[in-house]
Write a protein that binds this ligand. Structure first.
Ligand SMILES: N[C@H](CCC[C@H](N)C(=O)O)C(=O)O
Length: 283
């Protein structure tokens, strides 16, 4: 089976082209774990399947390195758009991608060699009501700075879904956050029946955020595209950032440029890179 390892700001996945390969549905979680294993496999944050779609130009499925399937992946979407354009599955520069969390629209920015170094994705509208996150508790339209007791510490969470769930916590100092403690504790907290991605955000300026993430089903990663979108939405909801203005999000692996438009949609712009291609023998 051919694979391509790609990354968005160091958030890497093993990409499998289902236009050419076939993988049995029941073997997908185990294959994701095997491919992502840095000692016995290739090494990545998970596996992403690129394939045909009845409703869009291409489809994307995302598996974390624990084998769990996610509804969306921002860094993955930019790499899928790059892959689809460079492999000729699309001829346009603007096209739709089907995810389990809904349809998104990608715009590739080819260079003079017709390769794609950066991609802009319209991620659609964030889902903010408690039931859409999903999150346990009284029905509310928005979960803003809700305190969750984790035993030794409690955190104030702003909850945002980009098709996948995010718990955003604001901090005064991104370099002193208890991410290794709070991350795993909040990820599987009973308030989040489908678990949750955990993001710490420090507001440097209204249009500049520092960002760290503990990803659901993976742990700490270099970057999380849907998380960066959730961080900007949460920053606007908390009055730290303006709508309709590009916000630079500094992640461990690099910068993403996010705008929450007045029409409610979230634009994400950033890099997408191919690392190498290879062959994997399915055991
Ligand atoms: N761990 C996430 C999926 C990957 C999202 C992230 N890598 C991104 O770029 O958005 C989840 O279980 O919802």
């Amino acid at each position: 089976m051919k694979f391509t390892k790609m990354h968005g700001l160091g958030n890497s996945y093993i990409y499998i082209d289902l236009f050419k390969e076939t993988i049995a549905e029941e073997s997908m979680p185990k294959l994701a774990i095997q491919l992502a294993d840095k000692n016995r496999g290739i090494g990545s944050d998970g596996m992403i399947l690129i394939g045909p779609s009845d409703v869009a130009k291409v489809s994307m499925r995302v598996f974390n390195n624990d084998g769990s399937e996610a509804m969306n992946c921002g860094n993955g979407l930019r790499c899928v758009a790059k892959f689809a354009y460079e492999h000729g599955y699309v001829n346009e520069m603007v096209f739709t991608i089907e995810t389990k969390g809904g349809l998104v629209e990608a715009t590739v920015h080819p260079d003079e060699a017709n390769q794609v170094p950066t991609v802009t994705v319209n991620m659609g509208k964030p889902r903010l009501s408690r039931s859409e996150i999903p999150m346990i508790g009284a029905a509310v339209d928005q979960v803003i700075n809700e305190t969750i007791d984790l035993g030794e510490v409690s955190v104030d969470v702003t909850a945002v879904s980009m098709g996948n769930p995010h718990a955003v916590i604001f901090t005064e100092d991104i370099h002193s956050i208890p991410l290794m403690q709070v991350g795993p504790s909040l990820e599987k907290h009973e308030r989040f029946p489908e678990w949750v991605n955990v993001e710490y955000v420090q507001v440097l300026k209204e249009d500049e955020l520092q960002f760290r993430v503990w990803e659901r089903g993976t742990g700490i990663t270099q970057a999380c595209g849907t998380g960066a979108c959730a961080a900007v939405v949460a920053s606007v909801l908390n009055g730290h950032s303006p709508r309709n203005q590009e916000v630079t999000v500094h992640l461990l692996g690099g910068d993403l440029f996010i705008t929450w438009l007045d029409n409610g949609e979230v634009l994400m712009n950033g890099a997408a890179e191919t690392i190498f291609e290879g062959e994997w023998v399915i055991k």
